[in-house]
Design a binder for this molecule. Structure first.
Ligand code: DOR
Ligand code: ZN
Length: 432
């Protein structure tokens, strides 16, 4: 199948016609290509998510590789990195190869498995990092996400191990001794609600330790879901010293604050927790500046019984894949003096860098995050910046319903996504 995308603005620049043929951006005659009228749409390289929970194997009632992949495609993604906290844990070549194969079979996005750092995420022994790296899944990112690699000696050894193949350790930065029993951000709102607090320093202390370890070892560290202004300052310092550290922020930490917890609606329970308005401002500024390198969703689907219960019993996590781009447009627009009507003023190059090019580089996904130019693999997405849509959890392609944006009206809409030249989304709907 070939496509002729007419009148699209590539990265918000001048209008052009794009031909997709044989899986690549092509030149020359359109022949019998299917014509897509893209007047008013912006073409971006397919988005890349470095932090997705797909729940398969083990919790297929909450999400499967296929349903999560479909949600990703609808969100404009062409590649996602699948976190290792499945059941069984992705701590062996066998499990990462299974996830990789399921991703291929679904064929909606490239699913790149992340391997666990420690056996069973227990934080005691290193998992078979080498076997996962040399497996068919070619794992390059390792993470115990959901848990912190709290033992500094294990963290050091993990950094040393992955250095040999230019791997990266993605840390869920949470000093567990400081967050025992924590339910939400430690601060004024938690005091008012009588909920145990998760202090910012529990994140900042681990990031400070780990950038020093990464510097000492000369290895690569990636910091998951940075959530505090203090973490930004630690990262700024580390980057100025030349430490090989990259960092992500989630869409929800860019938009929502701990005030949401006053509803006691567990849909707003997440780890790390929603923070203060000052943290949100610092995260937005850091993302613009590049102290935070990327947006990653931390898409965390949960079954109804794990979410629609008392706050204290609910699992942390929220959906993110289908709404990420809209939330980022909203978050960067409202304080950047940016996103006006029709997407005027949006820095599309920044969006492409933070949501596609940089995450592809960090993950080593060379077929993704490429400029939209002749010869490049046709992994791209078409966005209608003028559209506004009301978020209806019932419309989600995810198996779960735990979106914190239900009822909100957000800017921008993904109209089409292409994976290696095949449409996965057309007219804003999943193709298969
Ligand atoms: O909120 C979260 N949910 N944070 C994590 O670190 C893990 C994730 C999950 O797996 O549900
Ligand atoms: Zn995490």
């Amino acid at each position: 199948m070939s496509f002729l995308i007419k009148g699209v603005s590539v990265l918000g620049k001048g209008k052009a016609d794009l031909l997709i043929r044989d899986g690549v951006i092509a030149e020359g005659g359109a022949g019998n290509a299917q014509v897509i009228d893209a007047d008013g749409l912006v073409a971006l390289p397919g988005l890349v998510d470095l932090h997705t929970h797909l729940r398969e194997p083990g919790r297929e009632d909450a999400e499967t590789v296929e349903t999560g992949s479909r949600a990703a495609a609808l969100g404009g993604y062409t590649a996602v990195c699948a976190m290792a906290n499945t059941s069984p844990v992705a701590d062996t070549a066998g499990v990462v190869e299974q996830v990789y194969r399921l991703g291929r079979e679904a064929g909606l996005v490239d699913v790149q498995p992340i391997g666990a750092v420690t056996v069973g995420l227990a934080g005691e022994r290193l998992a078979e990092l080498g076997a996962m790296a040399t497996s068919a899944a070619q794992v390059r990112i390792f993470s115990d996400d959901g848990h912190c690699v709290a033992d500094p000696r294990l963290m050091r050894r993990a950094l040393e191990y992955v250095k040999a193949f230019d791997g990266v350790i993605a840390q869920h930065a949470e000093e567990p001794r400081l967050t025992e029993g924590a339910q939400m951000h430690e601060g004024e709102v938690a005091t008012r609600l009588g909920l145990t607090g998760w202090p910012a320093v529990a994140e900042e202390a681990i990031i400070a330790r780990d950038v020093l370890l990464a510097e000492h070892v000369g290895s690569r560290l990636h910091v998951c879901h940075v959530s505090t202004a203090g973490s930004v300052e630690v990262l700024r310092h580390a980057k100025a010293r030349g430490v090989k550290v990259t960092a992500e922020v989630t869409p929800h930490h860019l938009l929502l604050t701990d005030e949401r917890a006053t509803s006691y609606d567990p849909v707003f329970k997440v780890n790390p927790p929603l923070r203060t308005a000052a943290d949100v401002e610092a995260l937005r500024a850091a993302l613009r500046e590049g102290v935070i390198d990327i947006v990653a969703t931390d898409h965390a689907p949960h079954a109804v019984e794990d979410k629609e219960c008392e706050w204290g019993y609910a699992r942390p996590g929220m959906l993110g894949l289908e709404t990420a781009l809209s939330v980022v447009l909203d978050a960067l627009g409202s304080s950047a003096g940016g996103a006006g009507a029709g997407g005027a003023g949006v820095d599309w190059d920044l969006i492409a860098e933070r949501m596609s090019r940089a995450p592809a580089r960090i993950a080593g996904l060379t077929e993704h995050g490429r400029d939209i130019a002749p010869g490049a693999p046709a992994n791209l997405t078409l966005v209608d910046p003028a559209a506004r849509r009301r978020i209806d959890p019932g419309e989600s392609a995810s198996r779960s319903r735990n979106t914190p944006y239900a009822g909100m009206t957000l800017p921008g809409r993904v109209m089409a996504t292409f994976l290696r030249g095949e449409a996965t989304v057309l007219d804003g709907k999943a193709v298969k």
